[in-house]
Write a protein that binds this ligand. Structure first.
Ligand code: F6R
Length: 341
């Protein structure tokens, strides 16, 4: 059933080009498109990995579509409800997360239009929301979300595309090819650093900040190595005190507006003797030369780099967990869907 893969997680990581492509191909119904076009504000509610895709959406949609987006944790929302206006989107792969459902019910009670993004047809969330946008990841068996994360990003990027009148049609149709390119990336050097570490920092800026949060979550979840995802500019406001030669920092440093400032952040961290694992554009020798381990990512649009860097970080956690002989598909204390608040 694992199709020759050692774990379901690895199989599901490899199914990501398809999960992304199928979700894009399925498109968005007219009713959902209308809802998205009519929205003056969007609030997303989600937990865990889905919260990270929601944050990535905020970083993409606010500058590209000029629409205000707020992102709320389902688990906080119910007890400290924000003022509710505009379209509310529940992002939940299982469609059964109790906290996300509770938040969605509150949104309905405030007469907000509601949309569910989920991977499971007929799940609870589809029965509560006004309409549903289905992700096409197929069944995900490993506890850690991987292909459902990528399919969520496909659905959320489609929403950005609708708001931008189809400007990203071509990019989204081809993004699965770049995802496929990253799958065979070797991780040996980076794994050697992470498996020995007690703490690992993941840092990025802009949409790569939530990508780094997701990288850290995956690392904690399946390898049990403590990890923190941080906005790169925030490390010097406290966490620098923790940097040592035994504390690797995984820095996401693609080309673009934050490249220069990321390079200076990396130099500052190196000066504190932290080993640096950097993800950057394939062929970026300037970056490769100043870091300990360089992980090349295909050169592409920032939206696609969000996908490729995420996949590289999934592989890093996966191989670290394997090196530490963890129970990859069934990490201790965790369940696939969390149906209690
Ligand atoms: C992490 C993971 C969890 C889920 C979270 C929300 O790999 O799988 O953090 O993302 O429990 O689940 P859904 O998306 O089903 O609401």
């Amino acid at each position: 059933k694992k199709g020759g893969f050692a774990h379901y997680m690895l199989k599901e990581i490899f199914e990501q080009p398809q999960a992304f492509y199928e979700t894009i191909r399925a498109g968005i119904s007219d009713a959902v498109q209308e809802m998205i076009r009519d929205a003056e504000e969007i609030t997303l509610v989600a937990c865990g990995t889905s919260y990270h895709t929601a944050l990535i959406f905020k970083y993409l949609a606010e500058p590209l579509c000029r629409i205000p987006v707020r992102v709320e944790l389902g688990s906080e929302f119910k007890y400290y409800p924000p003022p509710l206006r505009g379209l509310v989107i529940a992002v939940t792969q299982s469609g059964e997360t109790a906290d996300t459902i509770a938040a969605l019910k509150m949104a309905k009670a405030h007469n907000c239009p509601t949309l569910a993004i989920t991977n499971v047809q007929g799940s609870t969330v589809t029965r509560i929301a006004d309409t549903t946008l289905m992700m096409r990841a197929g069944p995900e068996i490993s506890v850690a979300a991987t292909k459902s994360y990528i399919a969520q990003l496909a659905a959320l990027m489609e929403i950005v595309n609708v708001r931008c009148d189809g400007k990203y049609d071509d990019l989204l149709q081809h993004a699965h090819l770049a995802i496929g390119e990253v799958l065979l990336q070797e991780m040996q050097g980076a794994v050697a650093l992470c498996r020995e570490a007690e703490h690992v920092f993941f840092v990025g800026r802009g949409p790569f900040y939530p990508v780094s949060m997701e990288g850290a979550l995956k690392m904690k979840e399946i390898s049990y190595v403590h990890a923190e995802g941080y906005a790169a500019g925030e490390l010097k406001h406290g966490p620098f005190a923790l940097l040592t030669p035994e504390t690797p920092v995984v820095a996401i440093c693609p080309p673009g507006s934050t490249y220069g400032v990321m390079i200076s952040n990396i130099k500052e961290m190196k000066a504190r003797r932290a080993p640096i694992i950097a993800l950057g554009k394939k062929g970026d020798t300037e970056l490769a030369e100043i870091v300990d381990i360089f992980i090349p990512i295909p050169d592409s649009d920032p939206m696609v780099q969000v996908l490729t860097t995420s996949v590289a970080l999934q592989l890093l956690s996966y191989h670290t967990a394997c090196a530490l002989a963890r129970d990859v598909d069934k990490p201790r204390n965790l369940a696939k869907s969390v149906t209690v608040e």
